[in-house]
Write a protein that binds this ligand. Structure first.
Ligand code: SF4
Ligand code: SF4
Length: 92
């Protein structure tokens, strides 16, 4: 089996072996998505692209689990009618 060559000049990255459900975001998020529901078409692209799988579609609209949302903004970038926007944490 090939062995990884460790470069001592690179930072050590710890990868969790636990489910993302166990990894709460904590207090470090600086931006968060906010939905303007009147413009949402229910296309589910935000649900599909969220890397944390923390968006649930309820009655045709996305509901974001903010305990797990990392504030990456991918859902905002992928939303066709731009009804998701990023706001500063605490401004939700
Ligand atoms: S900001 Fe990122 S983690 Fe949060 S709901 Fe959107 S895609 Fe998911
Ligand atoms: S991507 Fe935008 S329009 Fe589509 S379901 Fe999500 S919030 Fe609604």
């Amino acid at each position: 089996m090939p062995r990884l060559k460790i470069d001592e000049n690179l930072p050590v990255v710890h990868v969790s072996d636990r489910s993302t459900l166990e990894n709460l975001t904590g207090s470090w998020r600086t931006m968060a998505p906010r939905l303007r529901p009147e413009k949402c078409t229910g296309c589910m692209l935000c649900w599909k692209y969220c890397p944390d799988a923390c968006i649930e579609m309820i009655d045709g609209r996305p509901v974001i689990d903010m305990d797990h949302c990392k504030g990456c903004g991918i859902c905002v970038a992928e939303c066709p009618p731009k009804c998701l926007i990023m706001v500063e944490e605490g401004a939700r």
